[in-house]
Design a protein around this ligand. Structure first.
Ligand code: GLP
Length: 262
């Protein structure tokens, strides 16, 4: 795992977007794993600008999102399909048929979850998975105690998560769906590269637990420590509780791999 600390959320999002740009240029038919949440909005705005300005080409890439609320249709402005169309897909030249999210309206959620896993496998697996971390320590919607070997499935959402996401539902916690379909921790760990973006002081405590604490199912994001190619990009606010901060800064300054990003 590498931790890259940037001065603020703007710079952190910029670095994440540039890394995605580099991977997409190197492999135009890349399979991207995508994430939602407020943190990612800046990244998608930047990718859309790279498309407009520099012709960043999404035509051959395929995408798989982490999760979707159960019971929300694509046309519902609170659904993650709506979010993705609005923040990214409608703003770049991706073929919409190559963009995938679990179907929150599926009659049979278990079959939907199995089908989603099969689709990822057929695509050859995920090359680069973008991730945020929820205040409960979740990745995707893998709430505390999710098995590290879990695969795509439907999960109940904790009160912490429903509270955290209530602002997107007009602060009405009762309107936040109670269940979601999410890639499992095991599905996420199968991606060939992970890019985690965490910003803001509200995430400082959970970030420190996830990357410096014990590997425990209670903090799903601690599973990231098991991945062989995981980059965690954070801003100073989110980095506030990291014990190894100075070492991480030194590594970033000295690793040749990061020369283009410093
Ligand atoms: C949701 C998503 C997660 C995301 C989290 C963080 O719960 N399911 O994938 O990481 O939100 O959201 P935010 O960026 O808004 O803090």
């Amino acid at each position: 795992m590498e931790i890259i600390i940037q001065p603020d959320r703007e710079r952190a999002s910029d670095l994440a977007a540039r890394l995605i740009q580099a991977r997409l240029r190197a492999k135009p038919d890349i399979v991207l794993g995508l994430a939602t949440g407020r943190t990612m909005e800046r990244v998608y705005t930047k990718l859309a600008a790279m498309h407009r300005r520099d012709g960043l080409d999404f035509r051959r890439c395929r995408t798989f999102n982490l999760d979707e609320y159960v019971g929300l249709a694509a046309s519902d402005e609170h659904s993650y399909r709506y979010y993705m169309n609005h923040h990214l897909f409608d703003r770049v030249d991706v073929d919409i048929d190559n963009t995938h999210l679990p179907d929150g309206m599926a009659q049979d959620v278990k079959a939907e979850a199995r089908g989603y896993e099969a689709l990822i496998e057929q695509a050859g697996g995920i090359d680069l998975q973008l991730l945020g971390i929820g205040e409960s320590g979740h990745i995707g919607f893998n709430e505390p105690l999710s098995a590290f070997r879990s695969r795509t499935r439907d999960k109940a959402l904790t009160p912490t998560t429903r509270r955290q996401n209530a602002p997107m539902f007009g602060n009405r916690i009762e309107d936040v769906p109670e269940r979601a379909l999410t890639m499992g921790v095991g599905t996420i760990l199968d991606a060939r590269e992970l890019l985690v973006l965490v910003t803001g002081s509200a995430k400082a405590a959970i970030l420190a637990k996830a990357v410096e604490g014990p590997i425990a199912a209670l903090v799903s994001a601690s599973a990231l420590q098991l991945h062989a190619n995981c980059k965690v990009v954070v801003d100073e606010d989110a980095a506030a509780e990291l014990k190894g901060r100075d070492d991480y800064v030194w590594m970033f300054e000295n690793e040749p791999e990061w020369a283009a990003y410093r």
